[in-house]
Design a protein around this ligand. Structure first.
Ligand SMILES: [Cu+2]
Length: 168
């Protein structure tokens, strides 16, 4: 009788302590869980916004952007600047003619505008396709391109000045 009572008391004590600790830990975890769930909910909302926004933004530029950039790239009239200081700056590289590479449609025209204080040329490297001759400071000269291809050119006086005209 005594041992049974002791045992049942012990069991009761054990059960209450387990219940107490579990409720305690549940309480302790509660605010964290609450935060986490809130964060999860926020992330889910953000993900929802993302996923709903994605197809709209991805679909839009994908189709109209391609012809827009293509037409901007191959224009029928392009201006290239013979940059300032290029007569003495042997390291101007792709900044001698700006832009350094241009693309025009067949029949398109390229105009070289000399914004430097020295005279420059835009002469085809093959020695025959085109040659602006001397373009004086502040002046411009043009060439028309009928045949598709890629034409490298340079300045006769300053051979470090190099550019390319692409004709499509
Ligand atoms: Cu030059």
């Amino acid at each position: 009788m005594n041992t049974k009572l002791l045992a049942s008391i012990a069991i009761l004590a054990l059960v209450t302590s387990v219940v107490a600790s579990s409720t305690l830990s549940a309480y302790a975890a509660d605010p964290m869980m609450d935060k986490k769930m809130k964060m999860d909910a926020k992330v889910k909302v953000a993900e929802k916004v993302k996923t709903t926004a994605k197809p709209a933004t991805a679909a839009k530029p994908a189709t109209p952007a391609t012809p827009a950039t293509a037409s901007a790239k191959a224009s029928n009239a392009v201006t290239v600047e013979m940059a300032k200081g290029t007569a003495s700056n042997t390291k101007c590289a792709e900044k001698c003619f700006v832009p350094n590479v241009v693309t025009v449609t067949a029949g398109g025209k390229v105009t070289w505008k000399n914004v430097d204080s020295a005279g420059h040329f835009a002469s085809a490297s093959d020695g025959k396709t085109f040659d602006t001759g001397m373009v004086n400071a502040g002046s411009s000269a043009s060439a028309t391109f009928k045949t598709a291809g890629s034409y490298d050119y340079m300045c006769m006086v300053h051979p470090w000045m190099k550019g390319t005209v692409k004709v499509q």
